[in-house]
Design a protein around this ligand. Structure first.
Ligand SMILES: *Cc1c(COP(=O)(O)O)cnc(C)c1O
Length: 499
């Protein structure tokens, strides 16, 4: 038989001094990288040889830390998505901050399990919950929970609204056949439909209400849909409003939805993934009028809040509904008045699905305290100003066409040309591959759009100028390429299979 492993061995370093040197080096390298982001391309594709190194065998034996770190520098660091870079404008991505990074390092050192029990990580999370209540003018009875992201927060909200409508017996009996119906706008994020699927209600129970010209939910149509469903014996229970849609940044008329929900007895949930934090900017906050009347709000600190990934959050007006949905007495989680199993009337694990969970609160606490809410609000307002600046440049440029008015921080445009969808999809890729700027794409009123979402506190006017000039330059190059590739008249007569 093999010798038993050396029982004296732990996973701590043999030589702390060596580890300390390695750690300081890593810290310096990553801070250098953040200080000089502009010296690098936004993004570059990972070459095949680097990719191949992530298909290696199980590491049964140890490797020296400096060697593993060298692999990180060689194969991982250069091929990040680039959302830390000021030229990144794709999807909705936060940039993080060096402060947030340091907080994550400390958090990993503490290695707190924030599921519950009596320790500092729980108090830090409670502090954030109290601050979030204040930001959205929610009552002291509101509960809050960090989750991965808004997708998860929306799912928890749908489940809470569902159980509250069906009664908490459904936790035991299941949801069976039921007549529940939920409502959201056609511009809502795809995770809303997924929440309906995962919660067992199914997407057939979700009504997608058309939007108006500003891409906001048509309230009249919402009301009609609720009444029509009720008239045939169905049970409307939930409206999910959007505060910042992913395509155009539009904000539903939250106040009108709140009034309708109150009148009809419906749960009002808001997907405010990025837009909810516009509340931190005095100039933008009025756009969110009515948000304080919601039954629940989902949003992300990792987008406009610039907290490092991940840091989603769910706020629920009445903690009772959240507790009645998720708390579960089990013997090994018995609560005491003193000792480690004390720590308040409820623990985070009573408010959601996760038991073991990292402390997303600590990096958020460091971020909010270090910068202050006013400064974070100012960066949010700045990204909206940059979007308006981009909009004005597109309007002034005859070759470019604005596809949706700039709302909040999002601008959708395209290059005017034939075969526009195919051309603009190629153009967006060419821009990304240039390493200068990185927009994404979406579809606006059936047309493929290049979509720039400015959610990065580092982005400046010069980055917007760079996006426009690289768009025009790459479009010219593509046009020339297509002109060269254009089939001769003979080919064209012979076949049009490629069109
Ligand atoms: C990003 C986003 C989501 C999903 O949030 P995650 O944090 O990625 O899970 C939902 N809704 C909107 C409007 C978003 O922008």
């Amino acid at each position: 038989m093999d010798n038993p492993p050396n029982t004296g061995c732990t996973l701590d370093p043999q030589d702390w001094e060596d580890l300390r040197v390695a750690g300081h080096r890593m810290l310096d390298d990553i801070l250098d990288c953040l200080e000089h982001l502009r010296d690098r391309p936004v993004w570059k594709p990972m070459p095949d040889d680097a990719r191949a190194r992530f298909r290696s065998a199980l590491p049964a034996q140890p490797t020296e830390l400096p060697i593993v770190y060298r692999e990180f520098l060689q194969d991982i660091l250069p091929y990040a998505l680039g959302n830390t870079h000021p030229g990144f404008m794709g999807w909705v991505h936060g940039a993080g901050t060096p402060v947030g990074m340091l907080a994550e390092m400390l958090s990993a050192g503490l290695n707190a399990n924030a599921g519950g029990r009596d320790h500092s990580a729980i108090e830090v999370e409670r502090q954030i919950v109290a601050w979030v209540r204040e930001i959205f003018n929610f009552p002291d009875t509101a509960s809050g929970l960090f989750v991965t992201g808004t997708s998860m927060a929306n799912l928890l909200a749908v489940v809470i609204a569902r159980n509250t409508a069906l009664g908490y017996d459904s936790r035991k009996n299941g949801i069976g056949r039921n007549a529940l119906r939920a409502y959201t706008s056609g511009a809502a994020h795809g995770c809303v439909a997924k929440a309906m699927e995962v919660s067992g209600l199914g997407t057939d129970a979700l009504r997608c209400i058309p939007t108006n010209r500003q891409f906001r939910m048509d309230i009249q149509k919402l009301e009609e849909a609720v009444h029509a469903d009720r008239a045939v014996g169905l049970r409307p229970f939930l409206v999910i409003g959007s505060a910042g849609t992913v395509d155009t940044g539009s904000i539903d008329d939250l106040d009108a939805i709140a009034s309708l929900c109150r009148k009809e007895g419906l749960w009002f949930h808001i997907d405010g993934a990025f837009g909810a934090l516009a509340k931190l900017s005095p100039s933008l906050a009025p756009l969110l009028g009515g948000i304080e009347r919601a039954d629940s709000i989902a949003f992300d600190f990792h987008k406009w809040g610039q907290v490092p990934y991940d840091a989603g959050f769910l706020l629920v007006r009445n903690a009772k509904y959240q507790l009645d949905t998720f708390s579960a007495p089990v013997t090994y989680l018995r609560r005491e008045q003193r000792g480690m199993a004390s720590g308040g009337p409820y623990w985070p694990c009573d408010l959601g699905v996760d038991l073991s969970r990292g402390s997303r609160a600590l990096k958020t606490w460091f971020t909010l305290k270090t910068f202050g809410l006013e400064q974070i609000g100012a960066t949010i307002a700045k990204s909206c100003e940059l979007a308006r600046y981009l909009e004005s440049k597109i309007v002034a440029e005859t070759k470019l066409e604005l596809l949706a008015p700039a709302q909040l921080n999002i601008v959708c445009y395209r290059y005017r040309t034939e075969n526009s969808d195919r051309f603009n999809a190629e153009l967006a890729i060419a821009i990304q591959e240039s390493g200068i700027a990185a927009p994404s794409t979406t579809t606006i009123n059936g047309a493929l759009a290049i979509r720039a979402c400015i959610a990065n506190h580092r982005t400046l006017k010069s980055d917007i100028d760079a996006l426009v000039s690289v768009t025009l330059r790459k479009a010219k190059e593509l046009e020339m390429l297509y002109a060269e590739q254009a089939p001769s008249p003979i080919d064209e007569a012979g076949s049009n299979a490629s069109t």
